[in-house]
Design a protein around this ligand. Structure first.
Ligand code: UDP
Length: 236
């Protein structure tokens, strides 16, 4: 079946890489996700990834420990770089060509994020892994994902979560939770459905980029969602 999109932005939270652990990276989870990314690559999809850092460090956590907020957010962004390098290593081990591009330049480790270079890499079939979020404190990697999806002309922002879409309540806690196959950006904002922060939703709406929320735990979750199969929520 033909994929619905040619160029995608995949947002992976740090938690998605953590598996069942409470901190850091889980190697079997990483392998599984990398295989899914490879599967999408085999379909001829151009991919940019934005990776979070919550499995290692979050800005708010540091602030609670008395670290100044901006410094703490810098630490959070450094955590995303660690995840990006780990993903790069696993993907390259599977034979894929990748580039880590950091919003905070770190010349001896990876490329700086330069939009035109990122587009060039994708056109060459390389997977671009965007690290260090937006490079600015007080933002999240969800907002960075909406930003990169907009500037890289991605046709969809795919957000892999632990559940297979958006529900009226947490389906793991409330058996009466209603599943939403489709929502408008406005509904997500007014009903305060906590799938991404409001800045990310607002920017995706402004750029008219649909957001697909699907389960990263389902085998072939990325491929199926790309082919419009299986269960997911689309915000458009
Ligand atoms: N962060 C930031 N600016 C950005 C993106 C991230 O300051 O543009 C920091 C922020 O402190 C955040 C941390 O990096 O808590 C990790 O990112 P995030 O919480 O979005 O990761 P995720 O929840 O996706 O794992």
């Amino acid at each position: 079946m033909k994929p619905l999109y040619k160029r995608i932005l995949l947002k992976l939270s740090g938690e998605a890489l953590m598996g069942t652990q409470s901190y850091g990276l889980d190697s079997s989870t990483m392998d599984r996700i990398c295989k899914e990314i490879k599967e999408a690559h085999t379909l001829g999809i151009e991919q940019a990834l934005v990776v979070g850092g919550g499995n290692i460090f979050r800005g708010l956590q540091g602030e609670a420990q008395g670290i100044e907020r901006t410094t703490s957010d810098h630490m959070g962004m450094l955590a995303t770089v660690m995840n990006a390098l780990a993903l790069q290593s696993r993907l390259e081990h599977m034979g894929l060509e990748t580039r880590v591009m950091s919003a905070i330049p770190m010349h001896s480790i990876c490329e700086p994020y330069i939009r035109r270079r990122a587009v060039h890499h994708m056109e060459k079939g390389r997977i671009v892994i965007c690290a260090a979020g937006s490079g600015s404190p007080y933002f999240t990697t969800d907002s960075a994902a909406a930003l990169r999806a907009s500037e890289l002309n991605c046709q969809v922002l795919m957000k892999g979560t632990k559940v297979d879409g958006i529900y009226s309540a947490d389906p793991l806690k409330d058996k009466d939770a209603v599943f939403y196959p489709e929502l408008s950006y406005q509904q997500v904002l007014t009903e305060n459905l906590r799938v991404m922060d409001t800045a990310a939703i607002a920017l995706a709406r402004e750029s008219q980029i649909p957001i697909m929320v699907f389960s990263i735990l389902n085998p072939h979750g990325i491929r199926d969602a790309l082919q419009g199969k299986g269960r997911f929520t689309i915000i458009q």
